[in-house]
Design a binder for this molecule. Structure first.
Ligand SMILES: Cc1cc2nc3c(=O)[nH]c(=O)nc-3n(C[C@H](O)[C@H](O)[C@H](O)COP(=O)(O)OP(=O)(O)OC[C@H]3O[C@@H](n4cnc5c(N)ncnc54)[C@H](O)[C@@H]3O)c2cc1C
Ligand code: FES
Length: 278
């Protein structure tokens, strides 16, 4: 059985994270251990098959996906109950490379539902004894997710900053403002010893990329594109001009690659493959 075979799994837990976002957990009999940054294609029979980041994994082989309701398939998923089945194909794609050493200044920066893969990364880093800083941004307080576990319980070694566009929780502003403030007094040596892992709206990722490029900071971004096959066949998730595929070469890209991807921060493709502005 390959990564590309659909597995039917039974939902064993559902968590309401906030308005319009739910986490679904299921036991996966598959032997492959997923890595932070990887995703699965989630199939709802009769509706669609869509990509979802893996937001948690434990040694008992329980997997989690965290889903924001935005359209037909995500709505169908939100209507599922405990003991219902869904199809999953994966883990697919690449993953976030762990920092080369534990003394690095490590930042996990997520906007909105982009916190999903970063939550898995945070767990993984925590278990491996890394210290890191999380910056979570959302439009309003009611859109913040994973607050209790990231902030209060599980990550004693990490620093946590929150911002909202309207100031209803944490600092008023955006994640890039907080990040710039935190690195303001870094020496060039400290900047060279810094790494950023990010996921969220592409405008945020592009701004982060520019800041990191300016300061020589190692940078990784997980990108989203509309996907059909999820495994390098249809070409719908291709990034111009190199033709890198988000499903196969990504979803995580480093600064060197992003530097050459002209679509990054500017264009994506719609369901017909036509390029549209982000
Ligand atoms: C690698 C990857 C990981 C993802 N991880 C998550 C996750 O952890 N949680 C989560 O809630 N969402 C995630 N997404 C986005 C998710 O796949 C889309 O929101 C979903 O496909 C929408 O399906 P729908 O049928 O509900 O909506 P549709 O009716 O198909 O579309 C509703 C809106 O969502 C946009 N959309 C559709 N498909 C995608 C897509 N693949 N990427 C971005 N926008 C899309 C459409 O342009 C439209 O504006 C991820 C996408 C990718 C590529
Ligand atoms: S989704 Fe088909 S090639 Fe990436």
């Amino acid at each position: 059985m390959t990564e590309n075979t659909i597995h039917m799994v039974k939902i064993n837990r559902i968590i309401n994270e906030c308005k319009d976002v739910k986490t679904f957990m299921f036991h996966n009999s598959k032997k492959t251990k997923p890595k932070p940054g990887q995703f699965v294609m989630v199939w709802v029979p009769g509706v669609d098959e869509i990509p979802m980041s893996i937001s948690a994994y434990d040694d008992a082989n329980n997997w989690a996906i965290t889903i924001k309701k935005v359209g037909d398939c995500t709505e169908a998923l939100h209507n599922l109950k405990i003991n219902d089945f869904l199809g999953v194909r994966g883990p697919l794609g690449n993953s976030f490379n762990k920092p080369v050493n534990k003394n690095m200044n490590i930042f996990l920066i997520g906007g909105g539902i982009g916190m999903a893969p970063l939550r898995f990364l945070a767990y993984d880093l925590n278990i491996s004894g890394y210290e890191f800083t999380i910056i979570q941004g959302a439009k309003v307080e009611s859109n913040l997710i994973f607050m209790d576990e990231l902030y209060e319980h599980d990550h004693k070694n990490s620093e946590f900053h929150v911002c909202t566009d309207d100031g209803s929780y944490g600092e008023q502003g955006v994640t890039t403002d907080i990040f710039e403030k935190l690195i303001k007094d870094y020496t060039s040596e400290q900047l060279r010893n810094t790494v950023v892992y990010s996921c969220g709206p592409e405008t945020m990722l592009f701004k982060l990329f520019q800041i990191c490029r300016k300061h020589n900071i190692e940078f990784y971004a997980s990108l989203e594109r509309i996907m059909r096959c999820g495994c390098g066949i249809c070409g719908l998730c291709a990034l111009d001009p190199l033709g890198l595929l988000v499903c196969k070469d990504g979803p995580v890209f480093d600064s060197k690659q992003l530097n050459k991807i002209e679509d990054f921060g500017k264009f994506k493709r719609d369901f017909t493959g036509k390029k549209i502005f982000i």
